[in-house]
Structure formats: C-alpha cells, structure tokens
Ligand binder design. Structure first.
Ligand code: GLN
Length: 259
C-alpha cells in the first residue's frame, strides 16, 4: 500500500513538472496574460472617444494605453465611466490605471500616483461663432459657463467672479448646452476644443483668448502602486523606439515638439 502511495505521489509530481515545463517552454504563447484594467471617460476626442458603430475605444490615450500594455505583456481592458468616478475606481481597485487626459495637479497627487507626463495641454474658452462679447477670461465675469464635472476646467470656472457654472457628466453635453445657448461659454482643454473645431463644432463655435494653465497629462494609479514605475519604464521605451511618435502623429498630424 505504502509503495503505491509513493508511486502515485511520484507520478503526480512528474505530471506537475511536465505541466510546468510546458508552460515554461513556450512562455509567451501559453503564459497567463495579466490584465491591465484601464478606466476612461470617452467624450474627450482626440484622446478618448468611442467609434460610432463599433463603440470601440479610440484616441491617443487609448492607443498609448494599448501600446503600454503590449510592452508590459499585459492585456488591456478599457472601462467607460464618469470622469469624477475615475479616481474612486482606482482606490476601490475596480481599475488599475486611468487614461483620460487627466491633468497632473497637486490636489490629485494627494489621492493618486501619476506616471511621468505624456502630453502637454492647457485650457481654452469656447463660445458660439456669433459671440463677439467674450474674448478673454475677464469677459466671463458674471456669465454662464458650462464645464465637465471634476475637471480642471471646472476648477477654473469656479474662480471666475460672479459666473454661473453648470457641470455636466460628458463633454458632449457641455458643447450641446453651449450650442443650445444655455450658457455663454465653455472652459475645456485646448487640444480637445481644437479637435472639436475641426469636426462638429466647425460652423458653430470658436476658441477665444490665450491658452490658460499649462497642464501635463499623466496616467493615474492607486496611491503608491508599483504599476506606475512599470508604466514609466514602458513609456520611456515607447518614446525611444519611435512608437510614441507614431501614435502622436496619427492623432495630432505632426510629431511632438522636440524637448
Ligand atoms: N485635463 C482635464 C482634467 O484633468 C480634463 C480631462 C477630461 O475631461 N477628460 O481635469
């Protein structure tokens, strides 16, 4: 009886060794791919939006997140949520990384860990084409402004004396409110406004004033997550091997300015 046990035990050990060996032998093909759960708010073209019919996530951030995942050997899964839900989702562990044109701010740094910056942005004012009154931030005093909830644009609008600020969940609603004349102006990230001016906003709206508040976008992680270092390493590799430039040029029509 004892002997049998020993044989069975040996057999089991052998089978395990074979199984492990197989896994190790063809490492890349059979390795369980770890999943990178990415959260975004996809009304922020050209950084993130959903393709009309397929609803597939597209944009600069989405391509970059997928390229980072590939570098790290991780499978990227993208989740759609409200912009103000992204940081809570990191902290509850529902997502591992935010890719949402999120500006690196001191306030947010208290709650999350950011990657190295991957894009330089800033804010702008958008009004309808027929508006000749608003030309700068000063002109917004006492006016009605639409913003996306939880954004740096919302923070900026909150500081305009006497302004009545309305917050919306999506930027689609923000622009609609402007075009329906529910508000006088919008404060939003400049590259997103610029892109919108080449699309739906073309004949309706215009950008006015100087670019405000140089901001850098970073990917965000749960505070002190080790993933940030891995992403920084992968991002540096993408910059070095030309993949970052390729993705940048795809969405912005030109290579990034040399640093
Ligand atoms: N960059 C802005 C922010 O971080 C807006 C981001 C967004 O609307 N997706 O608040």
């Amino acid at each position: 009886m004892k002997k049998l046990h020993v044989v069975a035990g040996l057999l089991a050990a052998l089978m395990m060794a074979v199984a492990a060996g197989c896994g190790g032998g063809s490492k890349d093909a059979s390795k369980e791919q770890k999943v990178l759960k990415v959260g975004t708010e996809p009304t922020f073209a050209p950084f993130e939006f959903q393709e009309k019919d397929s609803k597939e996530f597209a944009g600069f951030d989405m391509d970059l997140a997928r390229a980072l995942g590939k570098k790290m050997g991780m499978k990227v899964e993208i989740q759609n949520m409200g912009f103000d839900a992204l940081i809570p989702a990191l902290n509850s562990g529902n997502i591992d990384m935010v890719a949402a044109g999120m500006s690196i701010t001191d306030e947010r740094k208290k709650a999350v860990t950011f990657s190295d910056p991957y894009y330089t942005s800033g804010l702008t004012i958008v009004v309808t084409k027929d508006n000749n009154e608003i030309k700068s931030l000063k002109d917004l005093e006492g006016k009605k402004i639409a913003v996306q909830i939880g954004t740096t644009g919302a923070d900026k609008a909150a500081k305009v004396p006497g302004a009545k600020v309305t917050s919306f969940n999506t930027n689609a609603e923000v622009f609609l409110e402007l075009e329906n004349k529910g508000v006088d102006a919008v404060i939003i990230d400049k590259p997103v406004a610029a892109y919108y001016m080449t699309k739906e906003g073309k004949d309706k709206d215009k950008m006015v004033g100087e670019t405000m508040d140089a901001e850098s976008y970073g990917f965000a992680f749960k505070k002190d997550s080790k993933l940030a270092a891995d992403v920084n390493k992968a991002l540096a590799e993408l910059k070095k091997d030309g993949e970052y430039d390729k993705i940048y040029t795809k969405w912005f029509g030109k290579a990034p300015a040399a640093k």
